[in-house]
Design a protein. Structure first.
Length: 509
């Protein structure tokens, strides 16, 4: 049973069975691009909650150590065993938070689940804050008021710092954890009306406000980092999708190139063989080698057959030449050639056609041009194509001017200028493309293949040269083929005879 998938590399250039995949890829690229262009900051509740849980589990030993240190210092200063009650309550609240963190870590967090766990952890911070409020309400009758208040203030500030650094991934955690302590300090100030307690409350509230601001900035920074990370992941995904699309396009291009190569090879073999017979037999018949043709119309028909076959053969040769150049299989057979000789030979080849249209060809050659290191056959094809185009598009009684000389950079050029209908400036790129023809040229001259100028441009590029086409409407066209200075072979002057140097005697001093 057929699955609808292409199994041939050259039968189907565009595989329609992959259209569903291309639609999905295009949709993914479009959605990713729209998400990136909106520029909004997403809610990363799940990611931030997971990072907070991981930080809590990794720093689980920080709070117990801190509580033990505070308990030891408190018992040393006060000698009151009530500090151990606070330590037990605080460690119990911390253990409850750790149990909640482990449960949250084991579950796969969703957006709704992350919000629920965030609320539960905020309640856990309130529980720890109540323990710190109990610590703030403690007093000491056996020790000096100033020393105990300093001890209690230092411990409360250290507790705010530890809470802020441990919970900055959880929004409003510092505010929830410190709110009971602030209320306890306010209540103590109301009861005692002591200036030291008032100062402690003011310092603690200021520290809480400061750490709330710091944790909010840290939270926003992590939120931006997550946003940038998400955008980077989206860009990577888009690049991967674009790479898959480029791979698909390359595969199709390779299939198309293979199909084109096989088609051209088949056309070269299948068409050239019967064309040779058509050209040969039509030439024999038109020359009446085997005997006269009784009907003169038949002789006219044989001439038409020969010209049509020759035109088709030239078209096939041009297509194959352009295909070899595009495939990089057009090898140059370089040798020392004279650009003047090539231009003269090509003018002689088109002279008969020019005389048939009463076109005069003038020459302006720079004398004594040195030879070039180039492919003679390719340069002949360049000059002959340009001259053929000039003769083809020049009207009856026109004029063609051929120039050969030096360029300003030390290279050599061939310029062929005619007074034909010209080409509009906007159509010059079309003329330089394969099978491209100008609109006025098509109307005012015989039809062509449109491959002459692309072949000229490609051959000059193989020689590191340049092709310039200048044209104005109803003012004619000038085609300039330029070869670089590195292709010019400069002749060296003869070496003068110099007296031979005598052999030096060896000295054994």
């Amino acid at each position: 049973m057929s699955t609808g998938v292409s199994t041939s590399t050259d039968k189907i250039i565009v595989d329609r069975s992959r259209s569903h995949r291309n639609k999905a890829v295009s949709k993914a690229v479009r959605q990713t691009r729209e998400r990136l262009q909106t520029g909004h900051v997403e809610n990363f509740d799940r990611e931030l909650t997971a990072m907070h849980v991981s930080a809590m589990l990794q720093g689980a030993a920080v709070m117990p150590i801190f509580v033990i240190i505070i308990t030891g210092l408190g018992f040393y200063f006060t000698g009151d065993i009530q500090i151990f009650t606070w330590a037990f309550l605080t460690l119990s609240a911390h253990a409850i938070n750790m149990i909640l963190a482990k449960r949250a870590d084991k579950q796969e967090l969703t957006v709704e689940g992350a919000r629920k766990w965030r609320g539960i952890m905020l309640l856990g911070q309130v529980l720890v804050g109540c323990c710190w409020a109990f610590f703030a309400m403690q007093g000491c009758s056996n020790c000096g008021g100033e020393s105990f208040v300093a001890y209690k203030g230092a411990m409360l500030l250290a507790g705010v710092c530890v809470t802020a650094m441990s919970n900055f991934m959880l929004p409003r955690a510092v505010l929830f954890a410190c709110a009971p302590t602030v209320l306890a300090l306010c209540f103590r100030v109301i009861l005692t009306r002591n200036s030291l307690d008032l100062a402690l409350m003011a310092i603690f509230v200021t520290a809480v406000v400061f750490f709330v601001f710091i944790t909010d900035r840290l939270f926003q920074s992590n939120l931006k980092i997550l946003s940038f990370q998400t955008e980077k992941d989206d860009l990577i995904a888009e690049l991967e999708v674009a790479k898959s699309m480029s791979d698909e396009a390359r595969r199709r291009a390779e299939e198309a190139n293979l199909a084109k190569s096989r088609f051209l090879a088949s056309m070269s073999h299948e068409l050239r063989t019967p064309l040779n017979a058509i050209l040969g037999f039509s030439e024999v018949m038109s020359a009446e080698v085997m005997g006269p043709l009784n009907n003169p119309t038949y002789k006219e028909y044989t001439g038409d057959i020969h010209r049509s076959g020759q035109h088709l053969l030239n078209l096939i040769n041009e297509i194959l030449d352009l295909s070899r150049i595009e495939a990089g299989k057009y090898d140059l057979s370089e040798e020392a050639v004279s650009l003047l000789d090539i231009a003269e030979d090509c003018i002689g080849m088109v002279q008969l056609r020019a005389r048939a249209k009463n076109i005069s060809i003038s020459q302006q050659f720079e004398p004594k041009l040195p030879s070039l290191w180039a492919d003679e056959k390719s340069l002949r094809q360049v000059v002959l194509n340009l001259l053929s185009n000039a003769v083809k598009f020049t009207p009856q009684g026109g004029e063609i001017n051929v120039k050969v000389g030096w360029t300003a950079g030390g290279g050599q050029y061939v310029s062929i200028k005619d007074n034909g209908p010209g080409i509009p400036e906007e159509e010059i790129p079309v003329v330089l493309s394969a099978f491209g023809q100008g609109s006025i040229a098509i109307k005012s001259a015989e039809q062509g293949t449109g491959l002459g100028l692309p072949i000229v441009q490609a051959i000059l590029a193989k020689h590191d040269g340049q092709f310039i086409l200048k044209s104005k409407l109803r003012e004619g066209t000038e085609a300039i083929a330029i070869l670089p200075a590195m292709r010019v072979l400069q002749s060296l002057p003869a070496v003068e005879d110099t007296p031979s140097i005598g052999r030096k005697k060896k000295s054994f001093a």
